[in-house]
Design a protein around this ligand. Structure first.
Ligand code: MHF
Ligand code: KIV
Ligand code: MG
Length: 278
């Protein structure tokens, strides 16, 4: 099993870290078998597998339900589970309880939470209690309403300075890694150089220590519109649509099921039952 030490060593040796989301048993199993370094059970599951139009409706129970299935599919891959919307803002006590439930009930190796320096005390407490924390700054989808949409972050001097401050504060608080989402490449590269822990980029260019993508985006599976930062490697939408259409057509024409997919019975048995009539 890889650990935070493995990922810190990979950063030092300039070996890229690959992370992919997974939300259920088959996606986790294929991700593990293909050899990704880390799996993220992202709250993006609300959008790509539950059909919500943002990640806001996702609950701790949703994350646990999916996280358990992922760990069954990928028992040997370092797995990070997102803390969903408002599950770590009401109080530190509630945040600790929610993180503990996620780790104990799913077997997650770490939790991820969206936000910057304001979370430093909570991150310290979680870490001291034994729960490794991954930070997430830049475009933080749980606050898209406050950000004014899913927009690239850190393009102005003020925004860039805030991102750098937040990355430093997360480092000081003891995170094991930082996700940088939708950040200009040069800024992400500079933050990476100044970070003790590996940075994982999504829409943050080539200079981060690793990359993460959403499983359904990578495979064009269920999703229609892709963000600029996605490079799909397959088109399951097309394959699945073709397969279902062929199934429908073969049933209608009785091409399916043919003998190959059918159970036979010896005629003698039928003769005995029906007295010669078949
Ligand atoms: N399928 C999916 N993939 C994701 O990467 C993802 C989710 N869902 N849901 C949760 C968040 C939301 N994310 C998003 C959603 C939209 C854009 C987007 O449309 N971005 C614009 C850039 C706009 C700009 O220029 O500022 C784009 O065209 O890429 C980016 C990230 C990333 N996460
Ligand atoms: C996009 C990644 C970083 C994420 O947080 C998610 O999938 O929920
Ligand atoms: Mg997320």
């Amino acid at each position: 099993m890889k650990t935070r030490r493995t990922f810190e060593k990979m950063k030092q040796e300039n070996k890229k870290i690959t992370m992919l989301t997974a939300y259920d048993y088959p996606s986790a199993k294929t991700a593990e078998n293909a050899g990704v370094d880390m799996i993220l059970v992202g709250d993006s599951l609300g959008m790509v597998v539950l059909g919500y139009d943002s990640t806001i409706p996702v609950t701790v129970d949703d994350m646990i339900h999916h996280g358990k299935a992922v760990k069954r599919g990928a028992p040997n891959t370092f797995t990070v589970v997102d803390l969903p919307f408002m599950s770590f803002h009401v109080s530190e006590a509630e945040a600790m309880k929610n993180a503990a439930r996620i780790v104990q009930e799913t077997g997650a190796d770490a939790v991820k939470l969206e936000g910057g320096q304001e979370l430093a005390p909570l991150i310290r407490k979680l870490t001291q209690a034994g729960i490794p924390v991954v930070g997430h700054i830049g475009l933080t989808p749980q606050t898209f309403q406050v950000l004014g949409g899913y927009r690239v972050q850190g393009k102005t001097t003020e925004e860039a300075r805030l991102l750098i401050e937040n990355a430093n504060a997360l480092n000081d608080a003891g995170v094991i890694s930082i996700v940088l989402e939708c950040v200009p490449a040069k800024l992400a590269t500079n933050i990476t150089k100044n970070s003790n822990v590996p940075t994982i980029g999504i829409g943050a260019g080539n200079g981060t220590d690793g990359q993460v993508l959403v499983y359904h985006d990578l495979l064009q599976y269920g999703v229609e519109r892709l963000a600029k930062f996605v490079k799909p490697q397959a088109n399951l939408n097309e394959s699945i649509d073709q397969a279902i259409r062929t199934y429908i057509s073969e049933v209608k024409t009785t091409a399916f099921p043919s003998d190959e997919h059918t159970y036979a019975i010896n005629d003698d048995v039928l003769d005995g039952l029906y007295g010669g009539e078949k």
